[in-house]
Write a protein that binds this ligand. Structure first.
Ligand SMILES: [Zn+2]
Length: 390
C-alpha cells in the first residue's frame, strides 16, 4: 500500500468500493436463488399447465395463455430495461453520497484544517437529494411495472373464463344475485363482451350503505331492476326472480322452472353456511328466505360458492338446523347474562382462527337481533291478548 502511487491514494473511493462489492455479492446471491427456486420451477409448471390446458380444453385456451404470458414477459423486459437505467443512476448517486461521507470522515483533519465542515455537508446533501429523486422514480416505475403486469394477466384470465363459461353459446341476459364485491363486478366485463342486459334487484340507498362496512359493489346498477316473483325470458328459459334478503338486502335467487333448478346465490351455498352480518344481514329474513326456497320442488340448486347441491330439501333443512342450534346456544348465553358478542363468541365458537372472529361476532349479533325482534313480537302479541281479554 505504501508503495502505491500518490494518484491511487488521492483517487481511491473507499466508501464507493465497499458499496459496490456489497451490491455485487447481493446481486449474485439473488440471481442464483431466483433462478433455482423461482424461474426454474415456474417454467416447469408452465409447461405442465400448458399440457393440461391443451389436453383437457382445446388449443385456443393454450393460445390465449401463451399470448398472455408472451405479452407479460415482453412488457416486463421492456419496462425493466428502462428501469435498469434509472436504477443504475440511483446506485451511482448512492455510491457517490456514501463516498463523500466516508471520504470526509476519513480525512476529518483536513476538513477541520480548512474549516470545510459546512462545505462537506452541503456536498453530501446535494448527492443525497439526487439519490432521493432517483429512488422515488425507481419506486414509481415499479408501480407502473406491477400495474402493467396485472393488467395483462387479468385480461388473459377474463378471456379464458369467458371462453369457458360461454363458449359459442349466445348470452341473452346476465342475472346478478347481489352486490357483494365477489359477485356483481363480473357483470360489467361480461356485458361488454356479450352485449347482454343485466338483471338484478337493484341498488341500495346511500343511507343503508352507510350503515355497513361490508365490501359492497356500489357501481352496479342493473339494466332491468327485478322485483320478487318477476320473470325473465320465455319458454324453457324462463327464469323467476325470488327476493331472498337475509344474507344481503338485494339478494335474489333465480328459479329455472323447466329444469327444476334454483340458482341459490349466497343464500344456500354448497361449501359452508352463509354469513349474516347485521345491520344489512338479518336472521329473521334469512330463515324466511329458506322457507321460501323450501316451498319449491327443486331437483338441484346451483350456488355461487361450492359444488352443486343435489338434494336441496336436505341441504335447506341442514342449514336451518345449524342456524337454530346456534340460536339456542346464543339464547342460553343471554339467559345466563352473557350478552357481549365477543364473550358469546368465546363461549360457543371453539377453536376459531383469529381471522374469523369478526365474522363470528357478526353472526352472533344477528342472533341477538333475532332474539330482540322475537321478544318484541311476543310483547306485541301479549299486549294484544291482554287487550282482548280485558
Ligand atoms: Zn355475499
Amino acid at each position: 500500500m505504501k508503495y502505491a502511487s500518490l494518484r491511487y491514494h488521492i483517487d481511491r473511493k473507499t466508501g464507493a468500493l465497499s458499496r459496490i462489492i456489497e451490491r455485487g455479492v447481493k446481486g449474485v446471491e439473488f440471481l442464483l436463488r431466483f433462478m433455482l427456486f423461482s424461474i426454474g420451477p415456474l417454467i416447469l409448471e408452465l409447461m405442465f399447465v400448458g399440457g393440461i390446458l391443451f389436453y383437457l380444453f382445446d388449443v385456443w385456451y393454450l393460445a390465449v395463455v401463451v399470448v398472455t404470458i408472451g405479452l407479460y414477459i415482453w412488457f416486463t423486459f421492456k419496462v425493466t430495461e428502462w428501469r435498469v437505467r434509472i436504477r443504475k443512476q440511483m446506485n451511482d448517486l448512492d455510491a457517490d453520497a456514501n463516498q463523500k461521507a466516508i471520504d470526509s470522515l476519513l480525512n476529518f483533519e483536513t476538513v477541520k484544517y480548512f474549516n470545510a465542515e459546512e462545505r462537506e455537508a452541503t456536498r453530501y446533501d446535494e448527492s443525497m437529494r439526487g439519490y432521493e429523486a432517483a429512488a422515488l422514480k425507481t419506486n414509481y416505475t415499479l408501480g407502473f411495472l406491477n400495474f402493467g403486469q396485472s393488467f395483462f394477466i387479468t385480461i388473459g384470465l377474463i378471456l379464458v373464463m369467458v371462453m369457458a363459461a360461454i363458449g359459442e353459446r349466445p348470452v341473452a341476459g346476465i342475472l346478478v344475485t347481489h352486490t357483494h364485491t365477489d359477485h356483481s363486478p363480473g357483470a360489467a366485463p361480461l356485458k361488454l363482451l356479450t352485449g347482454a342486459k343485466t338483471y338484478g334487484f337493484g341498488t341500495l340507498s346511500a343511507e343503508l350503505l352507510a350503515l355497513t362496512d361490508e365490501e359492497v359493489d356500489i357501481d352496479f346498477v342493473p339494466d332491468v331492476a327485478l322485483s320478487d316473483g318477476q320473470t325473465v325470458g320465455d319458454g324453457a328459459w324462463q327464469v323467476t326472480a325470488l327476493h331472498t334478503p337475509g344474507h344481503f338486502p338485494n339478494h335474489m335467487c333465480y328459479q329455472l322452472e323447466s329444469k327444476g333448478m334454483i340458482f341459490s346465490g349466497d343464500h344456500v351455498m354448497g361449501w359452508s353456511t352463509t354469513a349474516i352480518i347485521p345491520p344489512l344481514g338479518n336472521l329473521k329474513e334469512y330463515l324466511e328466505g329458506l322457507d321460501k326456497l323450501a316451498g319449491y320442488s327443486t331437483l338441484a340448486m346451483l350456488p355461487s360458492h361450492g359444488p352443486v347441491i343435489e338434494s336441496p330439501a336436505k341441504r335447506i333443512s341442514d342449514v336451518r338446523d345449524h342456524r337454530l342450534a346456534r340460536h339456542k346456544q346464543v339464547e342460553a348465553c343471554v339467559r345466563r347474562g352473557v350478552r357481549a358478542p365477543s364473550a358469546i363468541v368465546e363461549e360457543i365458537y371453539t377453536d376459531l382462527t383469529p381471522r374469523l372472529i369478526e365474522a363470528a361476532k357478526g353472526c352472533v349479533k344477528a342472533h341477538l337481533e333475532y332474539i330482540t325482534e322475537s321478544a318484541e313480537k311476543r310483547l306485541v302479541v301479549g299486549l294484544v291478548q291482554s287487550v282482548a281479554t280485558a
